[in-house]
Design a protein around this ligand. Structure first.
Ligand SMILES: [Zn+2]
Ligand SMILES: [Zn+2]
Length: 244
């Protein structure tokens, strides 16, 4: 109700959005607090351990070439995700796509594929937040969005309450993909140059189990050169706590 009366209040902090940004949903201060990922593993962009190779992406399906996220899931990013996901604030998709595109220098793929919700959850929510984000990204990158290429035929429980092993079991085999319309374009490759024929899109990446399972399903459907982009990524200590 308050939002209807004060359409120019920042959806994150409630302060009035600066003059000169009449359509802005988020104030420049909250936007500035979004912290991009910097450096890290070539494949997954997670900060590397002091010694040895990246462990974050070690268990992922080989079918996933690379994964990038726009910003860390701090308070402001979490608020944006929450409003998009649970409060029907679909206009935030554009803000989140702008932030994501600013920090993810992916080469233009042939198409974007949002991580689907299970049919029951999709019906209850009325929309898929990953699809909203994918459509906004697709507009920016001028790339088509294939919303029906991937299906989630098994409902999976909330990922947040599960540890890493349980998350993998939770999503393994949950997805199936329609065949790639062009046939397989190339071999399985871990190309870190951020080229991809298809990019999976999701709102948040926690352990990567979901994008890994989705990429595996696409691979089995004949797709190749699969990358993934998410708006936000769980802070490293949060992912570690989930894996402990
Ligand atoms: Zn704000
Ligand atoms: Zn990695």
């Amino acid at each position: 109700m308050e939002r209807l009366l004060l359409p120019n209040a920042c959806v994150v902090c409630g302060r009035p959005v600066e003059r000169g940004h009449p359509d802005a949903l988020v104030c420049t201060m909250c936007l500035a607090r979004l912290a991009p990922l910097v450096g890290g593993c070539e494949r997954c962009a997670q900060p590397l351990p002091p010694v040895g190779p990246c462990r974050f992406c070690a268990e992922w399906s080989d079918s996933i070439t690379w994964v990038r996220s726009g910003v860390w899931l701090g308070d402001e990013a979490r608020a944006l995700v929450h409003h998009l996901k649970y409060e029907g604030y679909v206009a935030l998709g554009t803000v989140m796509a702008t932030v994501t595109a600013r920090h993810v220098a992916a080469r233009r793929p042939l198409c974007l594929i949002p991580i689907p919700l299970g049919p029951r959850r999709r019906k209850r929510r009325g929309y898929n937040q990953a699809e909203i984000l994918a459509r906004a990204l697709g507009e920016r990158w001028r790339v088509p969005v294939l919303s029906n290429a991937l299906r989630r035929h098994r409902e999976t429980g909330p990922q947040t309450s599960l540890d890493a092993t349980a998350r993998e079991a939770n999503v393994a085999g949950a997805f199936s993909a329609s065949g790639c319309p062009t046939g397989r374009l190339g071999p399985m490759t871990r190309d870190s140059r951020l080229g991809a024929s298809v990019i999976l899109v999701d709102d948040v990446l926690t352990t990567g189990a979901t994008v890994s399972a989705a990429a595996q399903a696409l691979w089995e459907g004949g797709w190749s050169a699969i990358g993934a982009v998410t708006f936000a990524r769980a802070l490293p200590y949060a992912a570690k706590a989930a894996a402990a």
